[in-house]
Unconditional design. Structure first.
Length: 224
């Protein structure tokens, strides 16, 4: 079921990067990079089947996060263990079936890409004592919207048609975890879930100064 869902993500709207089926020729380590990211996503989701209590849905994949890990709001620096000393986040918090791998070349970033949203999200989960295997992270637009003038190492706001294309996959994603509470991280996701008539709770996106409110909202949410 998980593999079928991941395979369904293959067809990609024009102008978006698909980390599980596209290769970033300039920045990927090898032609095997998409396969690595695909397997990492499958392990991440599979290890949370029948355990997830919360689904945190944000807007879209970013170049510092899922572009190279294949997992929403999760950076290579987390997978490689470089966020443990400061934030207490271990690679085993993401998945345990295999040793995580980077897919970006070291020349891009020696320690692996680091995403502020990913750091805040995972750091908050661990700090609050939330079992990371009871949380699944995802995006309304599962692919990475990049600015064609700036290249793959850039982000942009998803277009209306891209948000619409993501809704089909968002609906299918929710069926994988039918008993979990759905949490919208940011306004864009709230809009998608509302259009799908999915019951959800909205929280502030941690980016752009939203981290304090985001942490407080998660503390209140998980205390219920």
């Amino acid at each position: 079921m998980i593999q079928q869902f991941v395979h369904s993500l293959k067809r990609t709207p024009k102008g978006l990067f698909n980390p599980w089926f596209h290769r970033d020729i300039e920045h990927d380590t090898s032609r095997l990079a998409p396969e690595i990211r695909r397997k990492q996503l499958e392990m991440y989701l599979e290890e949370r089947r029948d355990r997830a209590k919360y689904l945190f849905i944000a807007e879209a994949l970013g170049y510092q996060g899922g572009h190279f890990t294949g997992i929403a709001m999760t950076s290579e620096r987390i997978l490689l263990g470089h966020q443990f000393a400061n934030y207490g986040v271990k690679p085993s918090h993401v998945f345990k079936s295999e040793i995580p791998k980077r897919t970006s070349r070291e020349k891009v970033n020696l320690l692996g890409m680091s995403e502020p949203t990913a750091t805040i999200m995972w750091g908050t989960l661990i700090n609050l004592g939330i079992d990371p295997y009871e949380v699944v992270l995802w995006n309304s637009v599962p692919w990475h919207p990049y600015n064609p003038k700036k290249g793959m190492l850039s982000n942009r706001t998803p277009l209306a048609n891209e948000m619409l294309a993501g809704q089909k996959h968002l609906k299918n994603f929710l069926t994988l975890f039918p008993d979990s509470k759905v949490v919208a991280v940011g306004r864009k996701c709230e809009q998608s879930l509302s259009e799908l008539e999915v019951k959800h709770i909205g929280v502030r996106h941690p980016a752009n100064g939203g981290a304090p409110k985001f942490r407080a909202q998660l503390a209140d949410l998980t205390a219920l």
